[in-house]
Design a protein around this ligand. Sequence first.
Ligand code: GCU
Length: 625
Amino acid sequence: MKQNTEMMHHHLKYGLAALALSFCAAVWPKAQAENIPDLFLHSGQPLNGAWKSIIDPYDSGFYDYRYSERDFSATPSRAETFYLDVQPADPGERVEYDFDTSPTLEVPGDWNTQRRELLYYEGSVWCRRTFTSPAPANGERAFLRFGAANYRADVYLNGRKLGVHIGGFTPFSFEVTGRLREGTNSLVVRVNNQRSKDGVPTLNTDWWNYGGLTREVTLVRTPAGYIADHRLWLESEATKMIAGWVDIAGGKAGDSVELAISGLDERLTAQTDAKGRANFRFAAPTLQLWSPEQPKLYDVALSCGTDRVSEPVGFRTIRTSGKQILLNGQPVFLRGVCIHGEFPLQGGGRVKNAEEAKQLLLWAKELGCNFVRLAHYPHTEAMTRLADQLGLLVWSEVPVYWTIDWTNAETYANAEQQLTDEIRRDDNRASIIIWSLANETPVSDARTQFLTRLAARARALDSTRLLSAAMEKHSQTNAPNLNIVQDPLADVVDVVAFNQYTGWYDGLPDKCGQVSWEIPYNKPVFISEFGGDARQGLHGDKAQRWTEEFQEDLYRQTLPMLDKIDGLVGFSPWILVDFRSPKRVLPGVQDGFNRKGLISSEGVKKKAFFVLQDYYRKRAEQSPH
Ligand code: GCU
């Protein structure tokens, strides 16, 4: 492409500046992407809004013409290395990009629904935000926190690499103490949402792979010693003993940590150990337990030195007993619905704020739900915190979906990291009762080993919640009406959950009246999906697929079928709202959407919505929870 002489001249003339810059890169090691849960509770400088963006389908900002990563170049080309974010030093200098004059993208938000031409774009997009930041007070630390970025984020500050994060649905941060400039800072993020076989999720999903800085970006400042993480839980609804710990980062052993719970008039102090952890355990005899009927939250305030954070927390217990799930010691029936992290109105796309999250949960409440399955990946912080407030129990899941690369060690590490970050982000949410490890994964030894390891990790991180996974049922050719659940993973999890589509993928709705079940586990049984597509407004005979009447009839026939299942503790039909999926191409019906919603992509309720609402009203009258 280029004459080496031209390259030499270019480097001579402009390489020196690049050399100076890269010299700094060398002395400024990359920060590791971290997940520091309580950064979310510290006040910060929001870096949301309009970010300049460069769409880079050939990734030429990341790879040079020899396809080697520019990150590794000791003298990155000013002309083509986007993360340097430079302007021509003089009229003659060749710089082949310019963030200042580039179009913008809103953050938080996916890029696919912001520009028509990007609807199905998968690849790299460079996003740049400049911001000013006051000089740090003495000893103060600073972090750049991202709520999530799908899928891979390469993050640069002031022309230097901070690090990389992989995984589209969990928070991450980079410490930038001592790296901020007084005056204008340049934050550049290469976001790439290309799917890969070894990814989590992998190549094939029935949802659209929205890309971008999909959740909030914040510059967070903390004192030198700060509250990094904490965990509080109710040991027993009988003793009302509360236990917990607080982790102080950058502190020293013996630091005094105070825990105050207003409404309980509790004010306790504990000292940190050598690892910076302060442990608490105390009785709260007057404690009001959290439940969907009474989602009681207490304001929990933590302080250490000059640092102080607080958040509303509910206290409840959850466990299984035989084929029952006990919430605060009482059997509970989970009146659920599945929800994707997508909001149908205002242009659609990934849920980008608390208002959209709230609307989805209010629709679930209107349906009569006390439970939501947040599919198939960790949803926003706002979603789980609103579930605490609104009194909705939650199933939270990592995107270990369909045919993951089970024998690939990096794929396992990626899945485990996402699970770890999910649990560490939300382990104080009273609403979350189930961590789901996977969805519809084909039974094999490699798969079961992978998921059994993941289960052990989840239990090590959190022994106070239940584990499950959306498994599958099958039937034998000689007994098509006998639905069997036989999965070694069912021995590992606490709740035996499976997806079943009798009447949609398996026969017609009338089949519901003919089936029987074989589920040989002395554990609670939960139906994690059922349903069928209907185009809202398409009406006809109930035998006519894709009509509202067909979907309505399917629900009418499915509910009594499920009621017959021994050990049934609830279900979550697929799905609350129609959602975008490139797998769904039927013209005039699907048009790129999975239409199994009870509410259309225009926010209009379908007939089946009212069938389920009626059923849940009756169920609610029958049981206390
Ligand atoms: C599967 C899967 C969902 C999918 C649904 C469907 O069970 O878990 O992600 O969208 O079925 O086929 O509509």
